[in-house]
Design a binder for this molecule. Structure first.
Ligand code: ZN
Length: 72
């Protein structure tokens, strides 16, 4: 499924492709390149918080540990 996420910083819309209805993880706006931690539930944005690139790296690492294969 495809979800459109409007960037809280610049308003640019990014189309996000999901294999399931919920997701939590890093998201980068294609327009302003800001990083956000987003969580999606039932195909809608539940929360969206700005984060630094250090936080994003850490989150990516965490997710990678949880899902050792088939992610990225
Ligand atoms: Zn943006």
């Amino acid at each position: 499924m495809l979800i459109k996420i409007a960037c809280p910083n610049c308003g640019g819309e990014t189309t996000f492709s999901l294999s399931q209805e919920s997701y939590e993880g890093p998201f980068r706006c294609w327009k302003c390149h800001n990083l956000f931690r987003i969580s999606l539930a039932n195909g809608a944005v539940a929360s969206c918080e700005t984060m630094s690139s250090e936080e994003a790296d850490r989150l990516t690492e965490e997710l990678r540990k949880k899902r050792p294969s088939g992610y990225y």
